[in-house]
Design a protein around this ligand. Structure first.
Ligand SMILES: *Cc1c(COP(=O)(O)O)cnc(C)c1O
Length: 379
């Protein structure tokens, strides 16, 4: 196609009537993790998006290369995956709803349960802050209002304040365990106590994107909570532990009175047959995945111990990342990392989140920290 001077360029035509909803202008922008800069003679590493550094399992690659039917729409109910999850988790397949990543599932959930009431008054969705940066965007787009409850000093949820923030407009509460970006996991006892204090008509979402990396024996298991509390919705994903971030597949687990409504709001065909096949193969080869995940957990311990040896204070790290509460030094540290060809994730003047990556990447990160005199010290 050629462009001539006479063509009308739609971008130049004022169209004041095409305004987005007011909320769109007020929403924060989702910032994807930066790619690493290229530095001569230095292998670059991306430690900014909590991705799994390993390539897919050979069995997963083999399974998806066998799927030739992509001229067809996928099964909208992801039946094969839901059946596989049912036996993997020991739950009814009917309690599983799949989506385009757990973020897609979260959007389905918010579209279903939060927004505005018949007279236009916004519902409230409570979540900890700082937490996953997609939460304010998803809540804002649903039409509901965000109620952000600041984390405690140690990077954990302030569950007392979150329970106290419940009003008769609260529809949904998001718990993020382990919390992205700070790292601590909630314990089973904490979550049970919290669920006991929250009205049963409020949905409590337990976002377990990093569940595969949790090694704290006290940590909550969302599926246990779902078994005992009808208002719990568990969110899980194949993006992190299973290393399928690029294929977009996640799921929720909840009881039929909630699940039935979620299916109504589900984006049709959000999970492609490639994504579904890869997820099924990952579950069928779970043992191999666990070995890889264990390698990352060992690397996490090495990084955490290395930072502690430097006298740095970091929150409990139960995901595939560590949090450095660097405050005003955040941009400076991120720039120094960039000079080492390490892309890390800086959050304003709060801190830096660094993903556990390849061994060499982690070693280079620790070496950088050893030269940095303004780390978050134990006081
Ligand atoms: C990465 C992440 C997700 C979702 O990832 P998807 O790729 O959409 O499955 C959800 N919650 C948290 C806290 C995350 O960090």
């Amino acid at each position: 196609m050629t462009t001539t001077e006479n063509d009308i360029n739609a971008a130049d035509v004022p169209a004041p009537e095409n305004r987005p909803r007011g909320v769109v202008a007020r929403l924060p922008r989702y910032t994807a993790g930066k790619p690493p800069v290229v530095i001569e003679g230095l292998q670059s590493y991306k430690l900014s998006s909590n991705e799994n550094p390993y390539p897919p399992l050979p069995a997963v690659l083999e399974a998806i290369s066998g799927r030739q039917d992509i001229n067809r729409y996928p099964d909208p109910l992801s039946t094969a995956l839901r059946m596989e999850l049912a036996s993997f988790l020991g739950i009814p397949a009917d309690d599983v709803v799949t989506g385009g990543g757990s973020l897609g599932v979260l959007n389905q959930l918010l579209a279903t349960f939060a927004g505005r009431d018949e007279s236009g008054i916004p519902d409230e969705v409570i979540y900890p802050w700082r937490s996953f940066e997609a939460y304010p965007i998803s809540v804002g787009l649903s039409g509901a209002e965000s109620v952000q409850v600041p984390l405690l000093e140690d990077g954990t949820h302030d569950l007392d304040a979150m329970a106290a923030a419940v009003t008769d407009r609260t529809r949904v509460i998001l718990l993020c365990t382990p919390n992205n970006p700070t790292g601590p996991a909630l314990t089973a006892a904490q979550v049970e106590d919290f669920l006991g204090r929250v009205p049963a008509d409020v949905i409590v979402v337990i976002d377990e994107a990093y569940e595969d990396f949790v090694r704290d024996p006290e940590a909550v298991n969302g599926i246990d909570m779902y078994r005992r509390y009808p208002n719990v919705v568990v969110l899980r994903t194949f993006s992190k532990g299973a290393g399928l971030a690029g294929l977009r597949v996640g799921y929720s687990v909840s009881h039929p009175p909630i699940t039935a409504h979620l299916r109504v709001a589900a984006v049709p065909f959000a999970v492609s047959q490639l994504a579904e096949t890869a997820a099924v193969a990952s579950l069928q080869h779970h043992g191999e995945l666990v070995e890889r995940i264990q390698g990352l957990v060992k690397e996490r311990s090495r990084v955490v111990d290395g930072l502690k040896d430097l006298g740095w204070r970091i929150p409990q790290a139960q995901g595939n990342f560590v949090w450095l509460a660097l405050g005003d030094d955040t941009p400076e540290f991120a720039a120094l990392a960039e000079q080492q060809a390490l892309a890390v994730r800086a959050f304003g003047n709060e801190g830096v989140r660094v993903t556990i990556g390849e061994e060499e990447a982690n070693t280079r990160f620790l070496a950088l920290c050893a030269t940095y005199t303004k780390g978050p010290r134990v006081s």
